[in-house]
Design a protein around this ligand. Sequence first.
Ligand code: NAD
Length: 407
Amino acid sequence: MNNPFDNAMTQLDKVAKIKNFSDEFIARLRQPDRDIRVSIPVKMDDGTLKIFEGYRVEYNNALGPYKGGIRYHPDTEINEVKALAFWMMLKCAVAGIPMGGGKGGITVNPKELSKRELERLSRGWVQKLSDILGPYKDVPAPDVNTTPEVMDFMNDEYQKITGDKTGAVITGKSLGKGGSEGRGTATAQGGFFVFEALKKELNLPDKCKVIIQGFGNAGLNAALIWNKAGYSIIAISDSKSGVYNENGLNIEKLIEYKKNTGSLSGFLEGKEITNEELLETECDLLIPAAFENQITDKNADKIKTKTILELANGPVTPEADEILFKKGITVIPDILANSGGVTVSYFEWDQNLKREHWSEKEVFNKLKPILEDSAKQTLEKAKESNTDLRRGAFILALERIEEKMHI
Ligand code: NAD
């Protein structure tokens, strides 16, 4: 398994080679401003005490307060959080929003906790880190396995400790607690805006065949959005299995099926496939929307799609990037493709500070031009340097950050 932070640094080095950034600037970006590990003691329901390891990485705040989600996962560790914080820094810069890059996490399987244990753990993370958090300092958000309810616990704990009642310290809250309309679907919706902005340039057919890896917030909403727009979703998967139907899956039925059975396995209107098979099935658009390191030097050669849109963070390794480039497969990089989530998080922060509440229509009307513009600028940067979209997006972001850092 590739170390995600090594992958991120390899990507940075590749860009530094083709563009004249100063050595001092690149050296500063090879380390986060600060990375913090905390131990979080939690009283479990059976009376025992369990200690969890938590993290916050504040990568860079040249453009604004550190911003980034918190991941709850048994495999979460500091290198993953550092990589995600680095990508967040770039993502905010690509979107052109006044936020810096950060990320957090806890090594835990939240499915093994009761709701009360989950609440104590989430409040414990804030208790350990409240000094460094704040609407103008560091603004966490949700990521894998962290829900609006978890964000509400964290926001409430921060208010108790500091007295700050703006709610602007945490985004991704539930609507009643100051959350933004559209935040739940923003990542997938943003990916769709980016895709539509680039579709013509990528010479994709009008009615693309789409495959999605992951059936959570990003993947499930992407399936609904692409399907509603008339695209055929021919395969989709979760962590356990995948399902394939060459004529297109009925997504609403599949959601209902998983809700009732807890699994995609056994869905009668499709054939069961493994995640490996799913990635290697022929399609026009492949959307990895699960985890890092899914397309690597081991399987890149077997990928049979025209375009990959990275809704997940870091699903394609740097080695795989090179292989895909040679095969003529376009990768729309994570720092552009999934930036809808952080952009609507920024809208939530803005609404909280202004004491406003925007309608979903207003939110998406503001989101669309931002992402279309980022997509076009990324494409221009890639063309200028005769390189791929990932390097194009890096160049766009790094130029914006370097300008603000006055090195
Ligand atoms: P989630 O927890 O809601 O869903 C993750 C999904 O991936 C689940 O359906 C899970 O079953 C599936 N999965 C896990 N391992 C898998 C595997 N090996 N193969 C196939 N599927 C697998 O998480 P999410 O919020 O949808 O996040 C998914 C990815 O999108 C992550 O990389 C995250 O960082 C990124 N992302 C999410 C957001 C957001 O707003 N949710 C924003 C930007 C980026």
